[in-house]
Structures are given as C-alpha cells and as structure tokens.
Ligand binder design. Structure first.
Ligand code: HGY
Ligand code: MN
Ligand code: MN
Length: 411
C-alpha cells in the first residue's frame, strides 16, 4: 500500500472532543471506570465507531470493540489495536485516548483508501485500565487475556464502596460477549510515553520492547487514638508517624539505589483524622515497579522486613493487602522491528525503550504477539492536566501505527 497518511484534523478534533468529556465543575478531567463520565466517553467512542461503519461488540467486563470485517477475511484472526479511555483523577487528555482514537483513525484511513486487509482489524477500548477506582489496573485487558475471571472482576469493590459489575450495568456497558471472544492475531498499542526520555532526546518515535513489573499493595497500620496534648511522646502508638516512616523508607531506598526501581505512595488516609487526636489508623497504597522481576521481589521483601521492624519499634499492628502484581513483559521482537522500519520509512528517528507505565499491551501480550509505539510527552509529564504531546508528534505516531497495521494485516 502506498504511503497513505491519516486524517490528522479528524484525529486531533476527536482527541480534543473526548478530552472535554467528563470534566467536573472545577474543570478537572476525571473519567473513572464505571462512572457517568466514563459512560459519556464510551458513548462518544461508540458513536464514532458506528459512524465509521464498524461492528460494535461489548463484552461482559465492558471492553468495547469496533471491528472492520470483510466477507473475504472474516474467518481470520483479527489484528487488534487499542488502549483505554478511562482516566486518572485530574487527568490529561492523551493517556489511553490517543491510542484508541489513533487506532480508529487508522482503520478509517485504510477503509477510505480501499485497502483490503487479509484479516479483520479491530480497535478496543479496554475497561478500567487505570485501576484508580477498582484495582487492579489494566483490568479489562487482563480479563480479556484470561488472567482474571470476569465474575471475580465484576465483583470488585471500589474505593467508594461501589461494585464494578453494578456500575457497568448502570451505565449500560455490561455487554453480552464472553471476555476473550476476540482472539487477536497480534496487538499494537500506540501511547504517549508519559516519561521524559523521547522529549529530552528529541526522538519522535519509541519502539517499546519491554514493560516493567508492577506491585500494588494497601498497607493498614493500627495504633492507638489518644489526646494530642496530654499524651507524652514516649507513650504514643502513633499510626500516622509509622506511616510517615514507611513513606520515607520507600523513597530513600529507591532514591539511593542505582537501579531503575521506583516507589510511590499515592493515597493515604488517617482515622479519626482530627487535628488533636493521635491517629489510631493509617491506610495507604504502595506502588513499586522495576523492569527486573528479581529486583522487584527484593524490593517487596525489603518493605515487608521494614514493616515488621516498625511494628515492634512503634508498638503498632500492620497488615498488607495485595492489590495488583504483574511481572515484567517483553514485547514481540518482530513487531518492534516493524515499528523501527516504519519510522525509517517516514524519515523519523526511533528509539528502543522500556515502558515505565503499565499498559493493556502487557496483558494482551499473554495471548498474542504484542508491542507498543510511543510518542514524546512534553517535559515527561503525565497523569496531570499539563500532559501534552505536539500535534506533529501525535500525527507522526498515528502514521507509524498506520504503516505497521498495513504490514501486519497484509497477510
Ligand atoms: O499504573 C499505570 O502505570 C497505568 O497508568 N495504569
Ligand atoms: Mn494509559
Ligand atoms: Mn495512565
């Protein structure tokens, strides 16, 4: 197929339009899985799929698929593209949405160019990639890949006490298809890098060859509520102080190590949460990541040892709940080389890299050859309304996706 190019205006207009859906009264963009905002985003995506003449299919975990199938290729395994359109809290407009809308754009461009793929091409918007309201993250693609039962996932209790299955039914996205009904021939995900590498090195394309391991835990520390004024320091069983010790331990350990390990405490709450009461309970989350499984295990062990010591030293009780645990993933070498070849074909520099963020591709890689294409994030900012990628880079990445798809769907 000659060097077609995507309709950049259509892609950028849709990105901006989707980026306006789910803004709270204060203007912050928040489309958490199963929320009314998520429904509004899904409805917009489904209307674009229908407008493109694609078959729309929704599975029981709410994954939305747009499928371009021809009579002559309907019996073949589809080439699957996609990402997610749920967001974190106070999000940017590109994380996930860019990959889903660029995938749709590629399909529409190929249809308009009268390209006749040897196999169906499908785009997926996977449910609950962010895992902010319901853990674990990448949940919809994990269920699709058979890594988590649909019923178990649907029964997940959210941070707000809601049940995922009930929320999906409420917003009209508890689909009929059995998860995994679509068996991909291969999977490609286009995504913003969300880190500083490509932007710092002025490289427009990342050929992602692997993705780091992820460990999510919730830690609960129980101490003893007491009067902030009358209780001598030596008599305190202060859950708040103990939590602070853990946060400092994690940061200092990751900061001083010469490995790529990263550690984050993103959520914390105290009980009874009163200015003049020593906290009786502290609950917080720990996000540990490393590209090397052995090192990630060592970090988890180091945290467990620290918690044991701290419980004794501060006379508190500490319990830990596992929220997510995914091993590092290596992507398909052949597809990574196709991405590099496509970049060369358009005169674009490409860099092989590791993904620091989790993505649906790491789940679909369990059932099909998969790889990712990155484009730069300005100043490496993401999960933040200042997340930005230039129009030029967005269009370049979508054209690389177009070329790789045309290659992979040719036979
Ligand atoms: O957590 C992640 O890396 C992804 O944004 N869900
Ligand atoms: Mn994402
Ligand atoms: Mn994200």
């Amino acid at each position: 197929m000659s060097k077609a190019s995507i309709n950049s205006q259509r892609l950028l207009d849709r990105l901006r339009a989707l980026g306006e859906i789910g803004r709270l009264a204060d203007g912050r963009l928040t489309r958490l899985a199963g929320s009314d905002a998520d429904k509004a985003g899904r409805d917009a995506f489904v209307s674009w799929l229908q407008g493109a003449g694609l078959e729309v299919a929704i599975d029981r975990i709410g994954n939305v698929f747009g499928i371009w199938k021809l009579p002559e290729n309907a019996g073949e395994r589809p080439l699957l593209l996609g990402s997610h359109i749920d967001t974190v809290i106070d999000a940017g407009i590109y994380d996930g949405c860019y990959g889903v809308l660029a995938a749709l754009e590629v399909i529409e461009t190929l249809k308009e160019a009268r390209y006749a793929p040897a196999r169906p091409i499908a785009v997926a918007a996977f449910t609950n990639e962010e895992g902010v309201r319901y853990a674990p993250d990448m949940m919809g693609s994990l269920v699709h890949a058979g890594g988590l039962g649909a019923d178990e996932a649907l029964a997940t209790v959210g941070t707000d006490g809601t049940i995922l299955g009930a929320e999906l039914a409420r917003i009209g996205y508890a689909g009929q298809e059995e998860p995994g009904f679509l068996k991909p021939h291969a999977y490609i995900e286009l995504h913003i890098e969300q880190g500083p590498v490509l932007d710092r090195e002025s490289v427009p394309i990342g050929a992602v060859e692997n993705l780091q391991g992820i460990s999510w835990q919730r830690v609960t520390i129980d101490g003893h509520a007491n009067h902030a004024g009358t209780t001598p320091m030596s008599m305190r069983r202060d859950a708040g102080y103990a939590a602070a010790r853990v946060i400092a331990f994690l940061r200092d350990r990751a900061r001083t190590s010469n490995t790529p390990t990263v550690a984050t405490v993103g959520c914390i709450s105290f009980e009874p949460n009163a200015i003049n009461v020593i906290p009786s309970r502290a609950t917080f989350t720990v996000d540990l990541r490393d590209p090397d499984e052995q090192r990630l295990l060592e970090e988890e062990d180091a945290l467990a040892d620290h918690l044991k010591e701290l419980a004794g030293a501060e006379d508190v009780t500490i319990s830990v709940e596992r929220l997510a645990r995914f091993q590092p993933v290596t992507f398909d070498r052949g597809i990574v080389e196709l991405i590099e070849k496509a970049a060369r074909g358009r005169g674009l520099a490409a860099k092989r890299m590791t993904s620091g963020a989790g993505h649906d591709a790491q789940m679909i890689a369990r059932i099909a050859p998969a790889a990712m294409i990155f484009v730069p994030s300005v100043d490496g900012i993401s999960h933040n309304p200042r997340e930005h990628t230039s129009g030029t880079d967005l269009v370049a990445g979508a054209n690389i996706l177009l070329d790789v798809v045309a290659q992979l769907a040719a036979n």
